[in-house]
Design a protein around this ligand. Structure first.
Ligand code: KIV
Ligand code: ZN
Length: 511
């Protein structure tokens, strides 16, 4: 008998708590669409009470998704739960996920509540959540360092109050696999009505054990795993979705569970999240790293050529790796362009956006004769900022870089519709371009990250640039792509400045 393992993706909530990984509403919708295409069961779309921007993004995702359950996190307070309930209202399938800390250190030092008060608040929270949906999840924050007897007491009370998924987070990534599995076993045995609910785990990776702990919990009876694409998440991150899904599938001889995930969507999801957040995927990362299926040594290559299974336990194509495929060229029409985007799961909201994207596609096709899926994805991500929100726009740039000479940049921007020009020297052409932009924008920001990646192979490939800027507490990622990396860099810088103008302050649920 194979049970369903529920995959609960929290890339848009815990993942977004990674420093600097904040996403705009449009970016979140794109990730949510990709997750639904991958057939994730539940998407934690955000923490509605964090900010009006978070609320709007969850609401938009709730209006967009049809099949996947849309969930919002909420602290165990009436106002948080009301925001969560309102945000998910339009979704055909919706869940409120409420939590309160249960470890002695969190109760005493952070919440300043007694254990009795925590139980009382948790029970009330379930009642508030059930006003909005029958699908209510409860988490005992820092369960990994909570006393087992107290966990049993809280869980018994919230099940009685109507929670139907009980989540056991190892919030600080402190547990070891055998110890965590034993906790789950004990809870399943001791909590009354444990068989009426789904037991879930949410493991952090502080000791590099998030996936191991989650899988040990599954062996002990957990039937939901909370995870993120590329293992993104607070501090060292969460359990990585791709590793969980592919382990239970590849070792079906050990795990009596399966998921409904379409694994061929894993690599596209990984690339999308990496591109949007500016968090690169390490080349040797399991499943989604560029080298995950590359055989370097002669002995391995020889073995794989003779019989693939000698060195491969999974097939690259089963998790969505494809050879760079020529998809479109300069003679492709608007319909071919639109339908290839649709095949990639990209829906451009308006005709106007589609037209702009198509014009950019034609410009790109003139410079670069072969257009791959990755080029289309980058091109469309440029489109996520609609003209109305483009306060800064690059109109012109001229950059000189010559042996023995100081690099120099001249840029013309449109700033709120007004044309402005500046020029500056720099230590390199990108530095000169950024300095020239700053002469106009005078943004008062600090550059935290600058990275360039070639989107496809070949020297005519587009460079995809991520720029992370901070101003005070706010951190944003800007992206830009172009066959000219100085232009890609300038676009990424301006994209970050535009986002900074529209981003809103938000609170972290656990603070
Ligand atoms: O790590 C954690 O405890 C959480 C909870 C809010 C589920 O993210
Ligand atoms: Zn967490």
């Amino acid at each position: 008998m194979t049970d369903r393992l529920v995959i609960f993706d929290t890339t848009l909530r815990d993942g977004e708590q990674s420093p600097g990984a904040s996403m705009t509403r449009e970016e979140k919708i794109r990730v949510a669409r990709q997750l639904e295409k991958m057939r994730v069961d539940v998407i934690e779309a955000g923490f509605a009470a964090a900010s009006p921007g978070d609320f709007d993004a969850i609401r938009a995702i709730a209006e967009t998704l049809k099949d996947t359950t849309v969930c919002s996190l909420a602290r165990a307070s009436e106002s948080d739960i009301e925001r969560a309930g309102e945000a998910i209202r339009p979704a055909p399938r919706k869940r409120v996920h409420t939590f309160i800390a249960t470890s002695p250190i969190h109760m005493e030092k952070k919440l300043r509540l007694s254990p009795d008060q925590v139980v009382e608040q948790a029970v009330k929270a379930i009642g508030w959540a059930r006003r909005y949906t029958d699908d209510v999840e409860f988490s005992a924050e820092d369960a990994g360092r909570s006393e087992l007897d107290f966990l049993c007491r809280v869980f018994e009370a919230v099940i009685k109050a109507g929670a139907n998924t009980i989540n056991v987070p190892d919030t600080v990534g402190y547990n070891l696999p055998n110890q965590f599995a034993e906790t789950i076993r004990q809870l399943l045995e001791r909590v009354p009505n444990a068989d009426k609910v789904i037991w879930s785990v949410h493991c952090h990776n502080d000791l590099g054990l998030a996936v191991a702990n989650s899988l040990a919990a599954v062996q002990a009876g957990a039937r939901q795993v909370e995870c993120t694409i590329n293992g993104l998440g607070e501090r060292a991150g969460n359990a990585s979705l791709e590793e969980i899904v592919m382990t239970v599938r590849t070792r079906a001889d050990i795990f009596p569970v399966d998921t409904r995930i379409d694994a061929t969507q894993i690599v596209p999801a990984s690339k999308l999240v990496s591109q949007i957040t500016g968090y690169p995927v390490q080349p040797n990362k399991a499943i989604v790293g560029a080298n995950a299926f590359a055989h370097e040594s002669g002995i391995h290559q020889d073995g794989v050529l003779k019989h693939r299974e000698t060195y491969e336990i999974m097939r690259a194509e089963d998790v969505g790796w494809t050879k760079n495929k020529l998809v479109l060229g300069k003679h492709s029409g608007r319909n071919a362009f639109k339908s290839r985007l649709a095949e990639l799961g990209i829906v451009l909201e308006s005709e106007e956006t589609l037209n702009t994207a198509f014009t950019r596609f034609k410009e790109l096709a003139d410079k670069k004769h072969e257009i791959f899926d990755e080029d289309l994805q980058a091109l469309v991500s440029d489109e996520t900022i609609l003209p109305a929100q483009e306060y800064y726009k690059l109109n012109y740039s001229r950059v000189s870089s010559e042996t023995g000479e100081t690099p120099h940049a001249q840029v013309t921007l449109s700033m709120d519709g007004q044309e402005r020009q500046a020029e500056a020297d720099g230590s390199g052409p990108v530095d000169a371009a950024f300095k020239a932009i700053e002469q106009i924008a005078d943004s008062g920001t600090k550059l935290l990250l600058y990275s360039v990646n070639a989107i496809t192979t070949g020297t005519d490939a587009q460079g995809e640039v991520t720029v992370r800027l901070a101003r005070g507490e706010r951190v944003v990622n800007g992206q830009g792509a172009d066959t000219d990396i100085v232009i890609a860099s300038a676009k990424a810088y301006l994209n970050a400045l535009n986002k900074l103008r529209s981003s809103q302050d938000k609170v972290n649920p656990q603070v």
